[in-house]
Every structure is written in structure tokens, then in C-alpha cells.
Write a protein that binds this ligand. Structure first.
Ligand SMILES: Nc1ncnc2c1ncn2[C@@H]1O[C@H](COP(=O)(O)OP(=O)(O)O)[C@@H](O)[C@H]1O
Ligand SMILES: [Mg+2]
Length: 244
């Protein structure tokens, strides 16, 4: 028997007002998987990611994490700690140095003492290739560097899964590669990742599976390279045809 999935959703539904954005999502993410979420703008990708770490509360359906049902309420903070998230905008605290950005949550949430938090932060900065920038302020860094700090900051909570929501979309083209390289490294190390991206080369090379959302439902999913090379549904074919 193979391991049960690290995350599952079953029948997940979410509306905003009278608009149903997620219309019954079943998703399995196994430990060590890199699942790339694809789909047109407005298809519900961000909403699904936000449900996975309970930034949004689903209206209907269930989420499990490590075999346990995840519910909003008292367990939400514990769950969120295990699910790191990085957004399109870097969201670093502008009034804190890079190191302070990285040590804040480990100290306040995980209760690490300052020395331990500092050691952890420096190791993570090395890992994202910014070992020498700990004393810098966010505004002194390029967008690509800020995004790498944001990834390191999420990793500082020692999450079991990382969610990435179009993290390279706001970057100048020449800065995209350095962020993708960090993500690729994490994937190689076995991090479980759910990645919303429009970069099909990344989905193909780093993704293990792709899940194509349209109109709040999973239209097609499967092994990454095979699905992208030979989509079975007209909708995915058409979507891929529109990408440059
Ligand atoms: N908090 C919210 N309140 C109202 N509408 C929202 C909210 N979040 C998302 N939406 C709407 O849900 C739809 C899907 O959004 P989203 O999940 O961000 O799609 P995607 O990430 O695939 O572009 C959009 O039309 C968006 O306007
Ligand atoms: Mg989105």
C-alpha cells in the first residue's frame, strides 16, 4: 500500500456572494509531490490555494491533512503553520531587515529563542542564495531577491507543504529564473508543493502532476509531462494553445 495523501480535498465548494467560484474540487497531494495548478484567470486557482491553508473557509466539502480532517476554528492556526504560502507580491515587512523578517514568526509563533531563530534564518538565507543580505532592508533588494526572502520566510516555519501562487508573475523577466531555481531546489529536496503557474516549462520539468481548473472544476489532471504534451480534453488543448 502506498502512503495516504498528505492533503486531500473532497467536494470543495466556495462562493463569493452569488458567484460559485469552486464547484466541487477533489484533489490529492502526496508527500513529495509537486502539483502544478493551471487554469485561466478567474478559474479559482487562488481560491483553492487559500482554502488549502484556511485563509478562506470552504462552504462545502472537506479537507484532510496527514489523514486528519482540517476544520476552521481552533485547529486553523496549527494547520496554517504546516502549510507555507508565498504570494505574487512579496509581502515582506518593509520596516524590518531581511533577518528580522525571517526571525519574527519563528520567535513569536514557534517560540524559538533569538539565537536559534537567527541560526535558522541564516541557514535559510544561504539556501535561497542570499547569505550576505541579512542586514539589508527589503527595498534594497530586487524583486527576485525579495521573493526568495519570502520563500525563506515561509520555510522558517518548517512547513510540511508549500503553496506558491504565481510567485514569478510580478517579476521582471530576467529575475524569474533565480526564483524558479529556488523552487526547483526545494522540489529536488522532496518538499511537497502546490504551485499555481503559467510557466509550462516549469510545470513540465518540475511538476509531477498538473491539475487544470476551469470554471471552478478540475477539467483534467494527470502526470505533468504526459498531460501537457497530450491533453485529453479540448479545453486544456485550447488553454495550452493560447499560451506563448
Ligand atoms: N474575497 C473575494 N471576494 C469576492 N470575490 C472573490 C474573492 N476572491 C476571489 N474572488 C473572485 O473569485 C473569482 C476567482 O478568483 P481566483 O480564485 O483568484 O481565480 P484565479 O486565481 O484562478 O485567477 C474571481 O472572479 C474573483 O474576483
Ligand atoms: Mg490567482
Amino acid at each position: 500500500m502506498s502512503e495516504p495523501p498528505l492533503i486531500t480535498t473532497r467536494g470543495l465548494r466556495k462562493s463569493f456572494g452569488d458567484k460559485e467560484i469552486l464547484r466541487g474540487i477533489d484533489l490529492d497531494v502526496h508527500a513529495g509531490d509537486v502539483v502544478c495548478l493551471l487554469g485561466p484567470s478567474g478559474s479559482g486557482k487562488s481560491t483553492l490555494l487559500r482554502c488549502l491553508n484556511l485563509l478562506e473557509t470552504p462552504d462545502v466539502g472537506e479537507i484532510t491533512f496527514a489523514g486528519k480532517r482540517v476544520r476552521p476554528g481552533p485547529d486553523a492556526d496549527t494547520h496554517r503553520r504546516q502549510v507555507g504560502m508565498v504570494f505574487q507580491r512579496f509581502n515582506l515587512f518593509p520596516h524590518l531587515t531581511v533577518l528580522q523578517n525571517l526571525t519574527l514568526a519563528p520567535r513569536e509563533v514557534l517560540g524559538l529563542d533569538p539565537a536559534a531563530a537567527d541560526t535558522l534564518a541564516r541557514a535559510l538565507l544561504e539556501r535561497v542564495g542570499l547569505g550576505d543580505r541579512g542586514q539589508a532592508w527589503p527595498h534594497e533588494l530586487s524583486g527576485g531577491q525579495q521573493q526568495r526572502v519570502a520563500i525563506a520566510r515561509a520555510l522558517a516555519m518548517k512547513p510540511r507543504v508549500m503553496l506558491f501562487d504565481e510567485v514569478t508573475s510580478a517579476l521582471d523577466p530576467e529575475l524569474v529564473g533565480e526564483v524558479l531555481a529556488v523552487m526547483r531546489g526545494l522540489a529536488t529536496e522532496g518538499m511537497t508543493m502546490v504551485v499555481v503557474t503559467h510557466l509550462m516549462s516549469f510545470a513540465r520539468d518540475v511538476g509531477k502532476r498538473v491539475v487544470f481548473l476551469d470554471g471552478g472544476v478540475v477539467v483534467e489532471s494527470g502526470e505533468a509531462a504526459g498531460t501537457l504534451d497530450a491533453p485529453r480534453t479540448e479545453r486544456l488543448k485550447e488553454f495550452l494553445g493560447h499560451l506563448v
